[in-house]
Design a protein around this ligand. Sequence first.
Ligand code: NIG
Ligand code: FE
Length: 438
Amino acid sequence: MKGNNGGIKADLLITGASQLVTLAGPPGPRRGRSMQDIGVIENGALAALGEKIVAVGTSAEVKERVILEDGSQVVDAGGRVVMPGFVDPHTHPVYAGSREHELALKLAGRSYLEILKSGGGILSTVRATRAASREDLAEQTARRLDLLLEHGVTTAEAKSGYGLSLEHEIRSLEVLRELNRRHPVDLIPTFMGAHAVPPEYRDNPGRYVDLVIGEMIPAVASDGLAEYCDVFCEEGVFDTEQSEKILCAGLALGLKPRIHADELADTGGAALAARLGAVTADHLLFASDQGIEALAEAGVMAVLLPCTSFNLASGRYARARKMLEANLAVAISTDCNPGSSPTQSMQLAITLACLYLRMTPEEAITAATLNGAWAVGMGNLAGSLEPGKLADVLIIDAPNYLHLPYHFGVNLIHSVFKRGTLVYSRSRVRRNSKEAWR
Ligand code: NIG
Ligand code: FE
């Protein structure tokens, strides 16, 4: 928008970024080598009007070009890094309770799938989720969204999948819809009724698949409660045939497919994702060369979850280099969930992506922002700092972006702006408090 004298009107101005990491470039997910390009502007600045970015450039350029409205917010980034909010394309935030006791079982040598088979794992979270009141479920979920936001996530895909009955899956998606209205983090909802077979269908999993297809998907689609449909396609959970049936039923009613594929074994999940033209194939630790080739040919994005590999502690990580060489677009995610990845830290995902997926810092940052946005259908609005996109902006407490993978295990987020509004800023330590105690 142009002001009277040709300047650009703005009501938020952030200047003094040591590096403004813009990720600017042609629209579309970045593949292969182009994931290196993160568009850094030294001594950068950004201006926004309302929810949208209106100008990006060096501090001198932007100050020169904008005309600030009365009451504008002017922020000096103080030589810190300014970058787009993280877009987390794979989370399971709507559940009750926690599973900290499984750590001891894991240390005693029980595998993830063994714990699930004996009625623990996902199924113990299903019991807690069903037993919680709607208000309690919403409050626990909101607290996880707070943590995502405090760690720099401004947009997240969010899956149901701990209800596993018509009533409880719908309730989980309704909680997500309600939170999407009132919480700053933008949520993109995914129906994942096929996350596990609930105990009532243990002896007849086929009937559960029928319920997902015949009742849950139609109810979810007719209420517009989800944009995507996801399936845990895994040995001992849903096989490729069941997964295909479920994803096709979703697709027929407008729910776009995404798949938990080849996480714990090569079950042909990547090939299935390619065959169905899924938007993403996620995990992919055991994806075969042919699976990766098929994803590349079909243009399916790979969503890699290094925090899950880290926490499963099997030493196995997805073959990101192979995928990048095959010219796949790669995104990374927290996989925030109570079992395989109880974390809200995309910063940890970036560190692990560099150290164990062998991605460069630039590739990991692209994967955590721009490609995440394209992986959830938000590429035109989020994931980069460009005029016309949402002013979802992080100030990172570091002089350059290499600190993101390097300085791990601490929260480097200084401030978070969501749609142009400051929604988080970190509080300060009272360094001289001892003087008061003496
Ligand atoms: O992405 N793999 C299936 N779903 C989650 C784990 C869910 C859980 O353990 O509660 C995942 O790893
Ligand atoms: Fe998951």
